[in-house]
Design a protein around this ligand. Structure first.
Ligand SMILES: NC(=O)c1ccc[n+]([C@@H]2O[C@H](COP(=O)([O-])OP(=O)(O)OC[C@H]3O[C@@H](n4cnc5c(N)ncnc54)[C@H](OP(=O)(O)O)[C@@H]3O)[C@@H](O)[C@H]2O)c1
Length: 277
């Protein structure tokens, strides 16, 4: 059955692919982005497509885009919170303004769009919210203090609202992809903290090489991810957490195993805090 989709960051990468897949499946799509002309160039024009301006860090635009979407198609069945970017680098070398900017987009922007759509979905007693997180949201790593922690926030946020909204037939799935071939690691998207402290320089050079070498060579296919999202939206009881890509599945399993090993190793000390009252 045809649904109305609302997608953030639809100008390129996963957002554009999800919009294309949703349109190809006969849905109505509200494709949003910071520049309407770029979104339109990526997706073309059609009766089922409505393109509107949305920088998710701008609350006024969130409200306007949601209102315009409802005016155009009458409802929203699927929200895809896709817009985000990576801020990578060593924490000590990162300014608090850079931290705030990352959270303004990845966390508060995602929350703002979600908060704007919930009243409609709750009243219609149905809806799907797909929050694109990352395998980075499952474990912290060198150079990931800002981006990874922002995606941890997306994971915790999504899991929590999943419990609040399920009674109203609104299902939330947080998708944690591994590396996908988009502009994510391209300097048109990713941001790096300004390096300067020599104590970090060797590890940082390795970190930077690792990411530069993966730019536009990532194994994950965003078009295939888009079809996975389409399937997740169709299943009756979707998972709250979903991992996408072999690398992300391996990563998620190692995270779980490490967690279990740590819990077992420190078990006696962990439970030593219970009061004897
Ligand atoms: N590709 C990967 O390896 C990977 C892995 C794990 C998770 N992810 C996640 O996947 C999602 C999509 O990323 P991608 O891989 O498709 O990267 P991408 O090619 O860089 O696309 C990101 C999109 O987000 C938009 N965006 C950024 N900040 C925005 C803002 N404030 N308001 C509105 N739109 C904004 C960008 O808009 P502009 O075009 O205007 O810059 C762009 O269209 C993100 O949530 C990312 O964290 C990606």
């Amino acid at each position: 059955m045809s649904k109305v989709w609302f997608i953030t960051g639809a100008a390129r990468g996963m957002g554009a692919e999800i919009a294309k897949a949703a349109l190809a499946a006969g849905n109505q799509v509200v494709a949003t982005g910071r520049r309407v002309d770029v979104v339109t160039k990526a997706l073309g024009t059609s009766e089922n497509l409505f393109v509107t301006e949305l920088d998710i860090t701008r609350e006024g635009q969130v409200k306007n885009a949601m209102e315009a979407a409802i005016n155009r198609f009458g409802r929203i069945d699927v929200l895809v919170n896709n817009a985000a970017y990576g801020h990578l680098g060593v924490f000590e070398e990162t300014s608090l303004d850079e931290v705030r900017a990352q959270y303004d987009t990845n966390v508060f922007g995602t929350m703002a769009v979600t908060q704007a759509v919930i009243p409609f979905m709750r009243k219609q007693r149905s809806g799907r919210i797909i929050n694109i997180s990352s395998a980075a949201g499952l474990k912290g790593v060198f150079g990931g203090s800002i981006y990874n922690s922002s995606k941890f926030a997306v994971e915790g946020f999504s899991q929590s609202i999943a419990e609040e909204l399920a009674p109203f037939g609104v299902y939330v799935t947080v998708v944690s992809p591994g590396f996908f071939r988009t502009d994510f690691l391209d300097l048109s998207s990713v941001k790096y903290s300004k390096a300067g402290i020599s104590d970090y320089s060797e590890a940082l050079a390795e970190f930077r090489d690792f990411h530069d070498n993966r730019n536009h060579t990532q194994v994950g296919d965003p078009a295939k991810l888009a079809y996975v999202v389409l399937q997740l939206v169709q299943v009756e009881k979707p998972p709250v957490s979903f991992v996408a890509g072999t690398d992300a599945v391996d990563w998620a399993k190692s995270v779980v195993n490490q967690k279990k090993e740590q819990l077992d190793e420190w078990h006696a000390l962990s439970i030593s805090t219970d009061g004897t009252w």
